[in-house]
Design a protein around this ligand. Sequence first.
Ligand code: SF4
Ligand code: SF4
Length: 82
Amino acid sequence: ALTISEECINCDVCEPQCPNDAIYMGPEIYIIEPDKCTECVGHHDEPQCMVVCPVDCISPHPEWNETPEQLMQKFIELQKRK
Ligand code: SF4
Ligand code: SF4
């Protein structure tokens, strides 16, 4: 999963780009729900939120390191929930 740092300027550009609806406005800045973030595996070649963020404040979550296989498995599980 990816995470958003405090440098977020709340521009709201990333939220509509997320294919998993994993991004939402938190108390102060935007937040990525790690359970829902597949790093865009299954949907796109690269993380769409990172591509559009104007201040580069999105990066891999230090405590949510997942292999491509795990991310694909998460994608499959999320599809089942839809
Ligand atoms: Fe959503 Fe993809 Fe960003 Fe994860 S990497 S929060 S799935 S847009
Ligand atoms: Fe924050 Fe970047 Fe998302 Fe804008 S695109 S809301 S700066 S994380």
